[in-house]
Design a protein around this ligand. Structure first.
Ligand SMILES: Cc1ncc(COP(=O)(O)O)c(C=O)c1O
Length: 426
């Protein structure tokens, strides 16, 4: 890691404003450790690098990376425990939940699927997966691995599952869980979380509603309590703005009770809530607990990012609005170039990413390296049915929120130049 002295004006106003905003933060114990990070991070600036605008991992702020470079700490030390406790509390805030139970466990987003499959669905029970792309298939495979009987409702490529189809399926059969991908990263399709949850609660009130928010948490609005969501699962490397390595899952009290009343053994060791629930409760109560070593440094980084998101400006609501605004700018530029997006209706296009079909006669090899030549890293296609026909751009976190960075301007310029060059118009 390169440590470099830079003057404060090199840092974004958002970063510079954080220490000033901290007294409002109301973080009684861990704030000591946080202000240490904030006070010293002013000397740290990450190396110059290509702009990372794939749909995760995303660009990470200097103060978050610096927090990751915290001196190594015992995972049960009195200094670390309240930092973990704060992370649990701030995770709830991101989802507007008062009493849901966060599980912060070393791993990636995939571990959230394993937690759902191993703790909530007993072998032989039924799960209904709403499929809007690649990640629906993966969740289905995970549930099946643990012995669930899974049915998928598949949307057309670029579309969403009609609510009427969901309602019909729920009337025809009893499901332990309904899962859906809030933003499917392979299609950039945004599902209507509120309406899906409302439909499930109305037609089948006992069924748990599971939202895969790996590509939506902190970039799309999610109101866990108000909408009646039972599980929101995600990971740190996208909207949460932290390096990869932490699985973040939040369970409603109803989901926790469902787990506690299961009749059969939990079907995983590492992912078992029997092991993890006492650990999360201990950290939140300010007490030590151990089942498996948490990613201590990553928890410091997560703490720094959560503090930025929940305690500083812009507010969480403003953050969503900034994602929508950045997304609109990119999508408008795509339209101006005469390109089509994968979501078939703008109503269900994500705000943290954009999926774009190549112009006729042009492919990944013509476009992706042209972005690269301009120091902008985007992603190719992922959905099997259209893999070679489109590319994906991520615009989550500081790229969308901190306009001083100029990421969106750079991205749009690279988009225009790369497409015009690839089509021989420039
Ligand atoms: C919507 C969605 N769900 C789940 C995952 C799996 O997460 P991870 O790669 O962190 O295991 C991803 C990864 O990109 C994703 O986009």
């Amino acid at each position: 890691m390169l440590l470099q002295r830079v003057s404060i004006p090199h840092l974004s106003p958002l970063v510079r404003s954080l220490p000033r905003l901290l007294p409002r933060a109301n973080l009684p114990v861990a704030s000591l450790s946080l202000s240490r990070n904030m006070a010293t991070n002013q000397g740290f600036k990450q190396d110059a690098h290509k702009l990372l605008v794939i749909p995760g991992p995303i660009e990470v702020a200097d103060d978050v990376l610096f927090a990751n470079a915290h001196p190594s700490m015992s995972h049960v030390s009195p200094d670390f425990i309240p930092v973990f406790g704060d992370c649990i509390r701030m995770t709830r805030e991101i989802l507007f939940s008062k009493d849901a139970q966060p599980f912060l466990i070393s791993g990636s987003g995939t571990l959230g699927w394993d937690q759902v499959a191993a703790n909530l669905v007993e072998p032989g029970e039924k799960a209904l997966v709403l499929h809007t792309g690649y990640f629906g298939d993966s969740f289905e495979e995970c549930l099946t691995t643990y012995g669930a009987e899974v049915r998928q409702l598949k949307a057309d490529v670029g579309g969403v599952v009609p609510l009427a189809e969901l309602e019909k399926a729920l009337q025809a059969d009893k499901y332990k869980v309904v899962t859906f991908t809030h933003v499917d990263t392979s299609t950039a399709v945004l599902s209507d979380a509120k309406s899906i949850a409302e439909t499930v609660k109305r037609v089948s009130p006992d069924t748990l509603v599971v939202l895969d928010g790996v590509c939506s948490v902190a970039s799309e609005e999610i109101r866990m309590d108000d909408w009646g969501l039972d599980i929101v699962l995600t990971a740190t490397q996208k909207g949460l703005g932290v390096p990869p390595g932490l699985s973040v899952l939040v369970a409603s009290q109803k989901a926790v009770k469902t787990f506690q009343s299961r009749k059969t053994r939990v079907t995983s060791y590492y992912a078992s809530w029997k092991k993890w629930l006492p650990i999360m409760n201990a950290y939140e109560a300010g007490k030590p607990g151990y089942f498996a070593t948490p990613p201590v440094n990553l928890i410091y980084a997560y703490h720094a990012s959560l503090t930025r998101i929940t305690k500083a400006q812009p507010s969480l609501e403003e953050r969503f609005a900034l994602h929508r605004a950045a997304s609109k700018r990119i999508k408008d530029a795509v339209t101006e170039l005469g390109l089509k997006q994968v979501p078939t209706d703008p109503k269900y296009a994500a705000n943290g990413m954009t999926a774009v079909y190549y112009p006729d006669g042009v492919g990944a090899a013509d476009v992706v390296p042209r972005f690269g030549k301009r120091d902008v890293v985007i992603a190719g296609g992922l959905h099997a049915a259209i893999k070679d026909k489109y590319f994906r751009i991520g615009h989550m976190g500081i790229t969308a929120v901190d306009s001083e960075r100029g990421d969106i301007d750079r991205l749009i310029a690279a988009l225009k130049e790369s497409i015009l060059e690839a089509t021989g118009k420039q």
